[in-house]
Write a protein that binds this ligand. Structure first.
Ligand code: ZN
Length: 679
């Protein structure tokens, strides 16, 4: 039987894919790619886009089409066999990628194409691919001597292994802890939705009572609503110590040593390539130009925000003291009293809004907004093979009714699924002999699942997350670029990649947009003006505290990767404490090991790049301000955003694209205004 991962047409046949196909598919494709490259290099002396680079594009695409479903399954339906196959393959893929990046003949071929007169006749996208590739050869160690090249390869192998292990430990630690409660009196304060979920979770495991886990939809409501401070503390401790040397599972899935190793190898790699630190190396592919610019940006925001955060925290402390006689707030009290204070000040809570956001209605709303902005139609397609019965599939149709992109939507938290929310590529848009290959995305969230027969009701936070991921999805699916290396989010500097996603969140805060879908699940009534008013006033509630929290993560990440270069005995915890001392207003308990689950930087692509969220939020808030000026459904502005940002992918510099759209360079004012920091 043919290996279902090796196919260049149609969607992945998920029902036929299992772990046993993964390694053979990757082995075969890597071996075929190696010999194809060799013969392409041997058969020509005069290299061109058509005789070399287009063929490399096609080859990469074939590999991506095999690896993408395998790696996706590893994230959303993990099991031992998948893990083993995945780990075997990332080692091989790491070697292959190093080998390509250090292939001198290939490098000279790129150079030849870049220097030829015909270079100017290539499209902007093609030229950008070549420029990026020449840069990436340098970043893969093309200029190193043979011994250093070999070392680079070892470092890359170790890093991919360690980063995967970090993620595995986190997933295992998250799943290993559960708390069964059989006395309902211990659960006062918890909303019905949370109790029902906990009861359903218990029932699924043949237990009586209410079962709580560390998955976000179970964890968060306890922090926000459980009157029982001891219970909050217990669950907080389990959550904040995952994969560490502390807490109920201390040492069992401990990431401590892995984190140090990751930092050590990253630093060595950066230095090998001639950078002062990994923080410097990271900027070689980003919009920000140097560490001073990043640190200056973060410190400036911290300075502008800190006093707001302090005032908010003082208000919260006073409130807890007056209402509950709690003199000092602990970390597990913050969300709880914040929720109470929010209700007192604004008479609103996440739970009050939930009935207005049944999942299917919310999706219809999101699609209606997208239709208004970009003149497309989104339609569900049934009968597509998926990896879990809850997964849905949709097509995006252009104004002529033709499919221009598609996506899988996997909404709910469940066992063996990585936490958080993200967009990933399944198929990338590109031109091929058969015509245009349409892009396909995976949109993954971890929302509260439906309980019993009722539809899933989302919190407004979850609605915002859905819009965010869909924004990434649109960047991937609305691209018009015809070459995969800069199509969609490919080739977009990491600190600009959160522009389309954070941009999309804005429509969750506009009455005109909410009126398209926010209707009460029982009564069908629209979210009325009064409730909307409250929601808007509460929008900037504790915005200062949220901002300094993001700045704490960003500064910790960036400084860690910078300072480790000069001080390898640096204690990660000490640096985190130092950063907290400077910017945080909430005191973290000594057992807190947040960093052990900071997968963004230790396992994901945000290493020395977590600042990207705030950096890109300047861009997204400023981009949205143009819609505030012209109307949030202004067709012309929608078209401009589509043409200048979404369609362009990574084919041009993000600053040029922004200036084209906005008519000027980005201003920080809209971000400060949206955060309530300036009027
Ligand atoms: Zn994002």
């Amino acid at each position: 039987m043919k290996n279902p991962l090796i196919q260049t047409e149609g969607l992945p046949p998920f029902e036929n894919i299992n772990a046993s196909y993964i390694e053979p598919a990757i082995d075969q494709l890597l071996s075929e790619n190696r010999s194809t490259i060799q013969s392409l290099l041997d058969n020509h002396t005069n290299y061109s886009w058509d005789n070399l680079l287009q063929k490399l594009e096609d080859m990469d695409d074939r590999l991506n089409r095999a690896w993408s479903p395998a790696s996706h399954l590893h994230s959303v339906a993990d099991n031992d066999q998948l893990r083993e196959a995945y780990n075997a393959c990332i080692a091989k893929l790491s070697d292959y990628s190093t080998e390509m990046g250090q292939n001198e003949a290939l490098f000279h071929a790129y150079e030849q194409i870049a220097q030829a007169d015909s270079f100017n006749a290539l499209t902007t996208a093609q030229q950008k691919i070549i420029t990026n590739a020449l840069r990436d050869f340098q970043l893969s160690g093309i200029a190193l001597d043979n011994k250093s090249k070999e070392r680079y390869k070892v470092i890359q192998q170790q890093l991919s292994k360690l980063q995967t292990k970090f993620e595995e430990n986190l997933l295992d630690a998250t799943q290993a802890w559960k708390k069964l409660i059989t006395d309902k009196d211990e659960l006062t304060g918890l909303p019905e939705s949370c109790l029902a979920l906990a009861a359903q979770t218990a029932k699924n495991e043949d237990q009586e009572g209410w079962l709580f886990t560390l998955e976000f939809p179970s964890y968060m409501p306890v922090m926000q609503y459980a009157d029982n401070a001891a219970l909050r503390r217990e669950i907080y401790e389990a959550y904040a110590t995952r994969a560490s040397d502390k807490g109920p599972l201390a040492g069992q899935f401990d990431n401590s040593e892995i984190m140090r190793e990751i930092l050590k190898y990253r630093t060595e790699k950066a230095k090998l390539l001639g950078f002062e630190s990994y923080a410097h190396y990271s900027l070689a592919t980003k919009m920000a130009e140097n560490p001073d610019e990043v640190l200056g940006f973060l410190n400036d925001l911290a300075e502008r925000t800190k006093s707001y955060a302090e005032q908010e925290f003082a208000e919260l402390t006073q409130f807890a003291n007056e209402t509950a006689n709690v003199p000092q707030l602990e970390a597990w009290d913050i969300a709880y009293y914040s929720e109470k204070l929010r209700q007192k000040k604004f008479d609103i809570s996440q739970e009050m809004l939930r009935p207005y956001f049944p999942v299917h209605q919310t999706l219809e709303g999101l699609f209606a907004i997208t239709a208004k902005l970009y003149d497309v139609t989104i339609k569900q397609r049934h009968g597509v093979q998926v990896w879990h019965e809850d997964v849905m599939f949709f097509d995006i149709l252009d104004p002529k009714g033709e499919i221009s992109g598609s996506f899988y939507l996997d909404l709910y938290a469940r066992q063996h699924k990585r936490g958080g929310a993200w967009m990933d590529e399944c198929i990338v848009r590109k031109k091929s002999n058969a015509g245009i290959q349409n892009p396909v995305a995976y949109l993954t969230c971890n929302f509260t699942p439906p309980v019993g027969e009722k539809p899933a009701l989302l919190t407004h936070d979850e609605v915002t997350t859905l819009f965010h991921e869909f924004g990434h999805g649109l960047h991937h699916m609305m691209t018009r670029v015809e070459y995969s290396a800069v199509s969609g989010i490919n080739g977009v500097p990491w600190d600009a990649v959160e522009l389309p996603s954070q941009f999309m969140e804005n429509w969750c805060w506009e009455k005109e947009a909410l009126d398209l879908f926010a209707r009460h699940v029982d009564t069908g009534e629209l979210l009325n003006d009064e409730l909307f008013e409250k929601m808007t006033r509460a929008r900037t509630f504790q915005a200062g505290m949220q901002m300094v929290r993001q700045l704490e993560f960003s500064l910790f990440d960036y400084r860690l990767h910078m300072e480790f270069a000069t001080n390898q005995s640096l204690q990660i915890q000490d640096l985190l404490n130092e950063v907290r001392e400077k910017v945080a207003v909430v005191r973290a308990p000594d057992f807190n090991r947040f960093q052990h689950s900071f997968a963004h930087i230790f396992a994901g692509g945000y290493a020395a790049g977590y600042y990207s969220y705030k950096w890109a939020e300047v861009l997204s808030a400023d981009a949205f301000s143009k819609f505030e000026e012209r109307g949030i459904f202004d067709k012309t502005t929608g078209k401009e955003f589509l043409q200048s940002i979404l369609e362009q992918g990574g084919s041009r510099e993000p600053m040029d694209l922004f200036v084209e759209f906005r008519g000027r360079k980005p201003s920080i004012e809209p971000l400060l205004r949206h955060s309530g920091i300036t009027a």
